[in-house]
Design a protein around this ligand. Structure first.
Ligand code: GN1
Ligand code: MG
Length: 359
């Protein structure tokens, strides 16, 4: 660990790193300041099986954080290192440290540690703050051309591509599970055209892409002691996409009265209080939206539940190679729960549309 830390352009003296349990994808460590009042750091080993283009990934993060920092500076913000992540380069000026070991290559990076709190659960009040924070995040990046960033996971939120993957999985039927999925496949197939609307509108030049976070969960926000949002973290999936992704994914995860993998489908309804609160906060900040983008937001919710169902079912058919599972039929249960959420969202789409139109 000492060797790894010593590769980075860290000025303050630091103590021994200690592991931190956050997220499932990268390995994270806190590197505490050696003295009171010194800077502490956040060290991560990047999962390069998921993020195969580490150069592109790190360049994305650098561009996004630089851009936000410039905007904040121009607004006269003082508390910069708590309002936006700061990457620490290596002593040779690289955005990560590549280490060759007998077990394979390791990619390490360092941020300044932000002293803040995080939240795991959503209330209507925190949903409004989250809407504001993610809206502001998109707004701060709205003048950075989306083509400046790469897709850190290629075609991550592309529904046409996700359906191609499902078709391939169904065709090869590697785990012999297609026969039991007839009803789910039928529900997915029936909605194909509608759910690929964004990709078609993009090709027709009517819908733009923008820079999205692509993992808009409340636990990817940091709050200060008073519970005010400070900063958005976990920037690995920041990439070009439709604004529908960030809006829809928050609603998929937070505005569901059931669980993402709820075995009891009757638990699953849309939490309209959370929907209303997030929308209020989001639309206050997302002043850059075109009328079409705004109108498509309820579709964005359905699209993300649908895409997640497609991804879970694909993994089930492939024999569970991507998502970690806790039991044999976990991906099937997840698929059913996401399809039910989609059906519930379909029932309230007019209500959603009204809430949005009223803002
Ligand atoms: C994965 O591991 P987690 O929860 O941060 C996935 C998301 C899915 C989510 C479904 C890189 O995110 O896209 O929406 O699972 N992330 C990746 O629970 O595939
Ligand atoms: Mg995550």
């Amino acid at each position: 660990m000492k060797d790894i830390i010593s590769c980075f352009a860290i000025e303050d003296a630091v103590s021994e790193p200690r592991p931190l349990k956050v997220g499932f994808i990268n390995d994270s460590f806190i590197v505490p300041a050696a003295k009171e009042g010194g800077t502490s750091y956040f060290l991560q080993r990047i999962n390069h099986h998921i993020f195969q283009d580490v150069d592109g990934l790190q360049r994305n993060i650098q561009k996004v954080t630089d851009h936000i920092r410039q905007r904040l500076e121009a607004e006269g913000e003082r508390d910069l290192d708590r309002k936006v992540l700061r990457l620490i380069p290596t002593k040779s000026g690289k955005l990560y440290h590549l280490r060759h070991t007998e077990e394979g290559d390791e990619y390490w990076r360092v941020y300044v540690l932000i002293d803040a709190q995080s939240q795991e659960t959503v209330t209507p009040q925190s949903a409004e703050l989250a809407g504001e924070a993610f809206g502001r995040f998109q707004c701060q990046l709205s003048d950075l051309p989306f083509s400046e960033l790469t897709e850190s996971i290629p075609r991550f939120h592309d529904v046409e591509y996700r359906l191609d993957q499902l078709d391939e999985a169904a065709k090869s039927d590697a785990a012999g599970r297609v026969a039991e999925c007839g009803e789910l496949l039928e529900k997915i197939n029936r909605r194909r055209e509608e759910m690929c609307l964004a990709e078609r509108l993009f090709r027709e030049g009517r819908l733009t892409k923008r820079i999205n976070h692509c993992d808009t969960k409340v636990n990817n926000m940091l709050f200060d002691e008073q519970g005010r949002p400070l900063c958005i973290v976990d920037l690995d999936t920041v990439m070009p996409g439709f604004v529908l992704s960030d809006f829809g994914d928050f609603m998929r995860t937070a505005a569901n009265t059931g669980l993402e993998d709820d075995p009891n489908l009757d638990n699953i309804h849309v939490n309209m209080d959370v929907f209303d609160a997030y929308t209020r906060g989001y639309l206050r900040e997302a002043t850059f939206l075109t009328p079409l983008e705004k109108e498509l937001l309820p579709y964005g919710c359905r699209r993300m539940s649908y895409m997640q169902a497609v991804r879970f079912l694909t993994d089930y058919l492939n024999g569970d190679t991507y998502y970690k599972i806790q039991y044999n039929e976990h991906n099937l249960v997840r698929t059913r729960a996401q399809i039910r959420l989609l059906e519930e969202q379909e029932k309230v789409q007019d209500e959603m549309q009204k809430i949005i139109a009223a803002r």
